[in-house]
Design a protein around this ligand. Structure first.
Ligand code: NAP
Length: 458
């Protein structure tokens, strides 16, 4: 039976998968092909959610449901979408609607001197490295220094700081690839400095994540400049800010522990703006920050500079999306301009073209935020379907032939299940980890297709 409407979703992360689920949930006859350039689904859940946040990662059980329920949703992984692969033109020929869900993958920069030194990383590449993203296995940060800096006051900064100080024993029970675990096991990082440009009342941390930092085994949290916490008017804060302030206050009030070589420390520095990275022989050795203060509600530099010694500087200051061929782009917000998910170019709505997730609203919110976001976009697609131009190619299987002509052999759901089994199997051999990621693309494909040894040396 031919399905009247076909929708392509580009990106098998949470936003794409929530959208796919919503598209097939109403009974409207829709077939959805979810494309991803990687052989594995789940995008940000697999490659962004911290490895020690297992509960958050378990959302994959809900996200995979449409693939398991013969609901007309297919997974087509390892498919490059763009001029060098499946082009916008081919997509237009085969689908009534295309939903772009490819996220915001580029790191924002600080725009200061020294950012390109070795040892300076964006959070995207750093998180991708420890998450076993195939594009970033070569990052291998140098952890042979006692000091590390993480710039930013969002949850990504907390994730990175936590992974750097967590004990290797605890990390072994997560899904980090073996070589990542080995590097973290040998890490000499003992002091991680989180640099926050504004005051404690402005941090973007969520309170459970902040609290988690203080509960880490073998780790002391030290609030530098304790008076900064005391100077905040707690009565004027919203709930999350007040909770954060209470947590920070309890740390600031406790006695600073004596330096114990057997423990690691996270130092929180407020009202410090990064000014330049200092290097030696091409490698970063520290970050110069300027003390700032709030005058008449504005953040101003005091001219007083400090050097924080560090062999690793990670900026966790947000992400932006890159322009997509054939789509308008808002470089300031780093999104594709849209109204409720319908892509717009100035006054014009681009027929059959939609966005969801970070590409639609910017890099904000938790994984669950994508559910309502995906439902909104799916609602727009479904209500437009009757008015969309018929796909040029009426045969739903023609896209498979087209992919073959392009030399593209997609990783389908049953292939992913084989790769999934291989990773779960590796987890069993590493002290009962739920899984151990296979990061190398060839090894992922081999495991998915069952063609050769699942895990060549990486
Ligand atoms: P974020 O929450 O937007 O935080 C970015 C931080 O970078 C802010 O503190 C910002 O400070 C700071 N910043 C920006 N430009 C800066 C500069 N030039 N110099 C110094 N600091 C600068 O972004 P994120 O941490 O990347 O997180 C992205 C989204 O994913 C967020 O919605 C986050 O909650 C979510 N996430 C959630 C979890 C979880 O739930 N466990 C984990 C990871 C990520 P200002 O406020 O002063 O601009």
């Amino acid at each position: 039976m031919q399905t009247p409407f076909r929708v392509a979703v580009i990106g098998a992360g949470p936003s794409g998968l929530y959208t796919a689920a919503a598209l097939v949930s109403t009974g409207t006859p829709v077939a959805v092909d979810v494309f991803d350039r990687l052989p594995a689904p789940f995008g940000l859940v697999r490659y962004g959610v911290a490895p020690d946040h297992l509960r958050t990662k378990s959302v994959t059980r809900a996200l995979q449901r449409p693939f398991m329920e013969s609901s007309g949703v297919r997974f087509l992984g390892h498919v490059p979408v763009g001029p060098a692969g499946l082009s916008a033109e081919v997509l237009r020929e085969h689908y009534h609607a295309v939903v772009w869900a490819s996220g915001s993958i580029s790191d924002r920069g600080l725009g200061i001197d020294g950012e390109t030194l070795e040892g300076s990383h964006g959070s995207g590449e750093f998180v991708s490295w420890y998450s076993g993203h195939p594009d970033h296995i070569a990052v291998r940060p140098d952890l042979a220094h006692s000091g590390a800096v993480v710039v930013g006051a969002g949850n990504v900064a907390l994730d990175i700081a936590r992974i750097l100080v967590r004990s290797p024993g605890e990390l072994a029970s997560t899904d980090v690839p073996d070589d990542v675990l080995e590097l973290l096991r040998r890490s000499e990082v003992s002091d991680v400095h989180i640099v926050v440009r504004r005051g404690p009342e402005h941090v973007k941390f969520t309170s459970p994540e902040l609290r988690q930092l203080g509960a880490l085994e073998g780790v002391d949290v030290i609030v530098e400049d304790r008076h900064v916490i005391a100077s905040v008017d707690a009565g004027a804060l919203e709930r999350r800010q007040a909770q954060n302030l209470a947590i920070l206050g309890s740390w600031a009030d406790s006695t600073v522990p004596a330096r114990d070589p057997g423990r690691r420390r996270v130092h929180l520095h407020f009202l410090r703006t990064p000014r330049r990275l200092v290097g030696q022989g091409g490698r970063v050795v520290g970050l110069v920050v300027e003390r700032t203060e709030v005058r008449d509600g504005r953040l101003v530099g005091t001219g007083e500079e400090e050097l924080i010694h560090a062999g690793l500087v990670v900026r966790a200051i947000g992400y932006r999306s890159e322009p997509i061929d054939g789509l308008p782009h808002d470089p300031i917000r780093g999104i594709v301009p849209n109204v409720g998910g319908r892509v717009v170019d100035g006054d014009r709505t681009l027929t059959g073209c939609y966005v969801t997730g970070w590409l639609k609203r910017g890099p904000t919110g938790v994984i669950g935020t994508n559910k309502a976001c995906g439902e909104e976009t799916a609602g727009a697609v479904l209500s437009d379907l009757g008015a969309l131009p018929a796909a040029v190619e009426p045969d739903p299987e023609a896209i498979d032939r087209r992919l073959a002509e392009l030399g593209i052999v997609p990783v389908v759901w049953t292939d992913w299940q084989r790769l999934d089994d291989a990773e779960v199997g590796l987890g069993r051999t590493r002290g009962g980890a739920e899984r151990v990621k296979i990061a190398h693309i060839d090894a992922m494909l081999a495991a998915a297709r069952g063609t050769e040894a699942a895990v060549p040396a990486e």
